[in-house]
Design a protein around this ligand. Structure first.
Ligand SMILES: [Zn+2]
Length: 283
């Protein structure tokens, strides 16, 4: 199945696919086995840093082996690609989706750089999904003790979103509607679902809507967003925290140094997080 058809199916079925990050083989296995148990297509992602650790070609080869073994539709996505160079490498390695994050640039520069990424990817392979990002997404994929403050000007503006989609030719749009990367212990994130509705009305049905920062958002907010048309929800932090807790437990319990034994609890913990997320995204 083509990557776009996988997302289209989600759009029509009113559910979202989780985009789950990995940088180790047992996490990838946990994601895919969880998706398989739920009979759900899935997106697996590497950030630039995660890809540097795992290897772009190695990620593509391993994901392909999982596709063959499970028969599951699996999209391999470069998450927050920041440079055209990295995007070229990912496309060459066989990634089926590319997220170009030009949100740090001012509006016009974001458009120019995103369009450059779209034009490059589409010149190689029309079927690869390209996601652009508009708005100021705060945080990072970890625990945050400070209070999260999202300002009105951080949010994606509906009229700009329509213009951005039209001028860049992206397939998917990542937006800021109260979401942030990471988990904020002092201030749970609250989605502005009204804003999502306005963005959707402005861009029409021509683009897939994406929510980053799927960790730390209350499940009812995520469900509301999925009902309004979000088809991809990015998750990283909740898995990282579970992975670490699993490892700490193993280390406390045993003096063993066998990697596959030590990582068993991490594998199980990540599997559980993915399972819960997938059931949340089904609305
Ligand atoms: Zn993100």
């Amino acid at each position: 199945m083509k990557p776009k058809d996988i997302l289209k199916q989600a759009q029509e079925g009113k559910y979202a696919l989780g985009s789950f990050n990995f940088s180790t083989a047992e996490v990838l296995r946990a994601i895919i086995e969880s998706a398989q148990a739920a009979k759900s297509p899935v997106i697996v992602s590497t950030s630039e840093g995660e890809a540097d650790f795992f290897g772009l070609r190695q990620a593509a080869a391993l994901v392909e082996s999982w596709r063959l073994q499970t028969g599951l539709p699996i999209i391999l996505n470069l998450d927050h690609g920041k440079s055209l160079d990295k995007i070229k490498q990912a496309v060459e390695a066989g990634y089926s989706a590319i997220h170009f994050d030009g949100s740090k640039y001012d509006y016009e520069e974001n458009i120019a750089k995103t369009k450059e990424a779209v034009d490059f990817v589409k010149s190689v392979n029309q079927d690869i999904i390209v996601e652009g990002e508009l708005g100021y997404l705060r945080g990072s994929s970890s625990l945050h003790e400070e209070i999260l403050e999202i300002k009105e000007e951080d949010l994606t503006k509906p009229d700009q979103a329509a213009d951005f989609v039209q001028r860049t030719g992206i397939d998917s749009l990542a937006m800021v509607i109260g979401n942030a990367h990471g988990v904020y212990t002092q201030s749970p994130e609250k989605l502005r679902l009204n804003r999502l509705g306005e963005i959707k009305a402005a861009v029409g049905g021509q683009v897939f809507l994406v929510l980053h920062g799927g960790s730390g958002v209350p499940p009812e907010d995520v469900r509301g967003a999925v009902e309004l048309g979000i088809v991809k929800v990015n998750v990283n932090t909740d898995m990282r925290l579970a992975w670490r807790q699993g490892l700490e437990k193993s280390l406390q319990e045993s003096q063993d140094a066998t990697p596959y034994k030590l990582l068993q609890r991490s594998y199980e913990a990540v599997r559980e997080v993915v399972k819960n997320k997938i059931s949340t995204f089904k609305t």
